[in-house]
Design a protein around this ligand. Structure first.
Ligand code: NAD
Length: 320
């Protein structure tokens, strides 16, 4: 199936980015929103995303170092600043916002669900959507922690339903994890992989359902391992980071990553380990039990109370 018309449901942090990226790549894009007040929250988000693309293009033009490169915007070696700027403006002006769900999804080739991470809200959304969709429409979820098999039947099209999971700052962190559930057809999986590539994502197959997909399945235990060393008084953040960076050649250690991600998000992840145990599988039994979650939580809570939110506030584990 040739995909032309893309609908993103939800215009939040990620929905606005996914819509912008698809529009930037030349697709007809509609964002479905549930109320007038959602429109007034989504417009400024799109303004912000547009600014981020414009700043990225300027930076790539002035200093095309790998650290500045945004592969969601252009390939290295084939960069045409004017063409990129034209595409950013065309994306910004082309995205349609629609409150009427039936109108939004009429003739949609693909609907990408990016509404709040809540089971009842997602179920309610899929139930309303199911009778309105054309038979051809592929239905994708951007959920970070919920498995698609949980919703497959309520979508009314389990064979055409799977996860397409994006990363924040999609224009730079341009991976898309493609994860089918047991009832997804091979054809839908292949179409989703192809579509992800068409919107300049690096499509990564996740062949079995797994909370945390690929990246977070590795990153979260890594970050927790570093924090656990500190929480148990084994060593200090700078030494733990150096052990990792000098020892492996990786650019950042766990505490440098915590500061970039933000202490609030770190705290949320620590709090989430109880809710999403699958995030840590298969490490849970062997490695996670000795983790001193209480001490980790206390360290992060104290930092939050002191306003040390990470790089964004000028101080986290390090001062900036
Ligand atoms: N924020 C991230 O870094 C990130 C990364 C990857 C995936 N995700 C996933 O993307 C999805 C959205 O996350 P977000 O960060 O954009 O959230 P957000 O809170 O910024 O946006 C959620 C959007 O959904 C709308 N919404 C909420 N409840 C709804 C309902 N019942 N019906 C219709 N619309 C509703 C809101 O109005 C808003 O537009 C989640 O499933 C999340 O797991 C988020």
């Amino acid at each position: 199936m040739e995909i032309k018309n893309v609908v993103v449901a939800g215009g939040g942090v990620l929905g606005s980015q996914i819509a912008f990226q698809a529009a930037y790549c030349g697709f007809n894009v509609t964002i479905w929103l549930r109320s007038e007040s959602s429109i007034s929250r989504t417009r400024p988000k799109l303004d912000k995303v547009r600014d981020s693309y414009l700043q990225a293009v300027e930076l790539m033009a002035s200093d095309p170092a790998p650290a500045n490169w945004c592969a969601g915007i252009a390939d290295a070696g084939r960069f045409d600043k004017d063409d990129c700027l034209r595409k950013v403006e065309a994306a910004y002006n082309g995205i349609r916002l629609e409150l009427d769900m039936a109108k939004a999804v009429a003739d949609a080739d693909v609907v990408i669900e990016s509404v709040a991470e809540s089971v009842p809200e997602k179920i309610a959304f899929y139930k309303t959507l199911a009778p309105l969709l054309y038979a051809k429409t592929l239905l994708l979820t951007n959920s970070s922690t919920l498995l698609p098999s949980q919703f497959a039947d309520v979508t009314g099209r389990p064979d055409k339903y799977l996860s397409l999971h994006f990363a924040n700052a999609i224009w730079k962190n341009n991976t898309a994890e493609v994860m089918p559930q047991p009832k997804t057809s091979r054809e839908s999986f292949d179409e989703t992989m192809a579509f992800a590539n068409q919107i300049r994502m690096v499509a990564l197959p996740v062949m079995k359902e797994k909370s945390g997909y690929l990246l977070n399945s590795m990153l979260v235990p890594f970050l927790l391992s570093g924090l656990d060393l500190y929480a148990n008084g084994i060593s200090d953040p700078a030494s733990i980071d150096t052990a990792w960076t000098r020892g492996t050649g990786a650019p950042r250690g766990p505490f440098q990553i915590f500061d970039v991600v933000g202490i609030q998000t770190a705290y949320n992840i620590i709090s989430q380990y109880r809710k999403v145990p699958g995030l840590f599988a298969p490490l849970l039994k062997k490695m996670m039990l000795p983790y001193n979650f209480k001490a980790m939580e206390a360290i992060l809570k104290k930092m939050l109370d002191e306003g040390k939110l990470g790089k964004s506030s000028g101080e986290g584990f390090y001062k900036y």
